[in-house]
Design a protein around this ligand. Structure first.
Ligand code: G3I
Length: 497
């Protein structure tokens, strides 16, 4: 597998209407949990969460629709209190990013290490979140001792691994991705160590073994590029149909959903429906939507549309149990490390401020509390949400410049250190001589040289006391890469640092 394997595919439409009991069951569970949710909503409002519009959260809205909203978390994420504040207030499902994979859990034959996975489970339990176990069998992040085994020993090693790990987490995970990414993009099965040892039968064997170890866990096959109807999802469909007809325990199909901006397949909902018609659930398991940087207002608006499309597709299919994003914010995303030049793939910016995609998700989930509709964000203009008020000398600006020989990017975090809410803002500063702004994100900057004003957009103009927002821009320079020496917010000087 290469990084470029992860992307969106397009194909033709085939519709199989489906009714599935799963959503009803979840809704029944929600009735039981209703009091908890209501109490939690008060707490969330009190927390105020810098994550989004006050009084709304993705998980509360999702639960009201009978689905969950999840995120991936890694162990190192747990020591970032800003990140965990967002994670626990917004998400109700956690997928360990790496901690339950074979290279971590059984690094050498018969030696198990569950400490990293346990840390994620403890965090989830402490915050009332469920866990998607990820994963038991995968060709990647597979320790070399497995692929070096004589073929005749692979089945026993696989069964032993599944039994030991699924037993360890018995009762603690909602679901398992039992086999991860079994297919090539052309729909043939990946020729990995498991296939080499057992042929296609390794998949049924893995599912049966997991079911014995944890009969209550929902058992999934998970893959990428199976979101729309195409050769790969056709192959997954045929496999699931065959497994079901043989009575093999399989409960769901995970659609990873690592999308490229503007390329959510138009057949995604129909594809989900054909799977649920087989009697299995579907889930969006690893959603992100990568942008060729820098992210412009138009890019962010398209990303908002993409997120809304995915969520609406899931909500429109009764067997779609939830949506999980792969990482909390842009700072946690795998995208920049795997796809050169791409990033900004999640709903939160690198300071955990909600992006237009967050507001679009809230709106798609039926929330009314977002600061703007996605379409308002889509037309993201220089206009503040109302006449600028507040912030008389009550602001702090932190500025980070990354420069190269002819260009630079600058990220500016504005914090309202005053006691009144800012409703629409304009940040004034003077660019160093020779610098010319070529693009900006989360703001509009005018003019492009000299003394400029960066103006709030429809989705980030409101800054409650203590709240912060981050904007940025790319510029060319002629040798002077200095950051502005001073800033004003709505005409009043800010502290810098
Ligand atoms: O732990 C080592 C560390 O010791 C070493 O110094 C460092 C140097 O590169 O690497 C660290 O391992 C990295 C590991 O993540 C843990 O951080 C690997 O290099 C890196 O390749 C690995 O990437 C993970 C990737 O799966 C591997 O395929 C990503 O974090 C993880 O988000 C990603 O998740 C996958 C899903 O499981 C399946 N679907 C696709 C998704 C995105 O690739």
């Amino acid at each position: 597998m290469t990084a470029h394997d992860y992307g969106a595919n397009r194909s033709s439409v085939r519709v199989s209407p489906a009714q599935h009991p799963a959503r009803t069951l979840v809704r029944r569970g929600l009735l039981v949990a209703a009091a908890t949710v209501a109490a939690g909503a008060l707490l969330l409002t009190a927390l105020g969460t810098q994550a989004g519009a006050a009084g709304t959260s993705l998980k509360t809205l999702a639960e009201a629709k009978g689905v969950y909203f999840g995120t991936a978390l890694t162990q190192s994420n747990l020591s970032n209190s800003t990140l965990t504040a967002v994670a626990s207030s917004q998400f109700d499902m956690v997928t360990p990013g790496n901690e339950m994979k074979w290279d971590t859990t059984e690094p050498s034959n018969g030696t198990y290490n569950f400490a990293p996975g346990d840390a994620i489970v403890s965090y989830a339990q402490a915050n009332g979140m469920r866990v998607r176990g990820h994963n038991l069998v995968w060709h990647s992040q597979l320790p070399s001792w497995v692929s070096s085994l004589p073929t005749a020993q692979v089945q026993a090693a696989m069964e032993s691994h599944i039994t030991t790990e699924a037993t360890h987490y018995k009762g603690k995970v909602y679901s398992w991705d039992v086999v991860n990414e079994p297919f090539n993009d052309d729909g043939t099965l990946r020729q990995d160590a498991f296939y080499a040892a057992m042929g296609s039968g390794y998949i049924a064997d893995a599912l049966r073994t997991a079911h014995v170890a944890d009969p209550n866990a929902k058992l999934y096959l998970n893959d990428y590029n199976i979101e729309g109807e195409n050769a790969k999802s056709d192959a997954m469909y045929s496999l699931v149909a065959s497994l079901r007809s043989q009575g093999v325990p399989i409960d769901g199909v995970g659609l990873e959903s690592h999308f490229i901006l503007g390329q959510v397949p138009s057949t995604m909902k129909a594809n989900m429906q054909r799977f649920t018609a087989l009697g299995v659930n579907v889930a969006v398991t690893e959603l992100d939507d990568r942008i060729l940087l820098p992210a412009t207002a138009a890019n962010l608006a398209q990303q908002a549309t993409d997120y809304a499309t995915v969520i609406n597709d899931c909500l429109g299919v009764s067997g779609c149990v939830g949506v999980s994003q792969w990482g909390v914010g842009d700072a946690d995303s795998w995208i920049p490390g795997f796809f050169s030049g791409y990033g900004a793939a999640t709903m939160y910016d690198s300071n955990y401020q909600p992006k237009p995609a967050y507001n679009a998700a809230v709106t798609a989930l039926g929330g009314a509390g977002s600061t703007s509709s996605p379409s308002a964000s889509a037309s993201a203009s220089a206009s503040p949400t109302s006449s600028p008020t507040g912030a008389a000398g009550s602001c702090r600006v932190a500025d980070v410049v990354n420069a190269w020989n002819t260009g630079l990017t600058e990220n500016i975090t504005i914090t309202n250190t005053g006691t009144s809410t800012v409703n629409g803002w304009s940040l004034g500063f003077t660019l160093a001589s020779g610098q010319t702004v070529t693009s900006a994100w989360n703001t509009t900057i005018s003019p492009s040289t000299g003394t400029v004003k960066a103006t709030s957009l429809s989705y980030n103009g409101t800054l409650a006391p203590g709240a912060a927002t981050t904007i940025g821009f790319q510029a060319t320079h002629a040798g002077n890469t200095a950051a502005p020496a001073s800033f004003t917010l709505n005409g009043s000087a800010c502290s810098v640092g």
